[in-house]
Design a protein around this ligand. Structure first.
Ligand SMILES: [Zn+2]
Length: 140
């Protein structure tokens, strides 16, 4: 890479992880200097992780979904119950909400495990099917 000012080949000083620059996605910042003039260049290179979300995409996706859902839920709650939460909230109400969340989590756990078991069964069935086909082919 050549200097943008004098076209002399730049000297590569070193690399730093994006993390050192407060960025969450994987990548490297390379610094280069010109031996002929005072030009200093930083090159940002973001690594693409195929098929997986980048950390900042996870953050933005979660944040965006929360804002959308929270606003709509809040407005429905206001229409249904009205009032001012700042005046009516109690520790006991928050405890009840936490217990509800625990119940939801336990039901999701059971559902998730059932789905994993069904997938595992289907996979094993498929393996057995192809083993039989293979053995039939070997016999003929
Ligand atoms: Zn230069």
């Amino acid at each position: 890479m050549n200097c943008l000012e004098c076209d002399t080949e730049l000297i590569h000083g070193g690399d730093h992880d994006y993390e050192d620059f407060g960025r969450e996605e994987p990548g490297v910042v390379s610094n280069l200097t010109c031996p002929n003039c005072s030009t200093y260049v930083e090159v940002y290179r973001t690594f693409e992780v195929e098929g997986r979300r980048q950390p900042h995409e996870i953050r933005e996706g979660g944040l965006g979904r929360f804002v959308r859902l929270y606003r709509a839920k809040w407005d429905r709650g206001q229409k249904e119950h009205g009032g001012c939460l700042d005046k009516t909230v109690t520790i006991e109400k928050v405890e009840e909400e936490v217990m509800d969340q625990w119940g939801y989590l336990q039901s999701l756990r059971v559902l998730h495990n059932d789905q994993l078991k069904a997938l595992e069964d289907a996979k094993n069935e498929e393996i057995e099917h192809w083993k039989e086909k293979y053995h039939d082919a070997c016999r003929n």
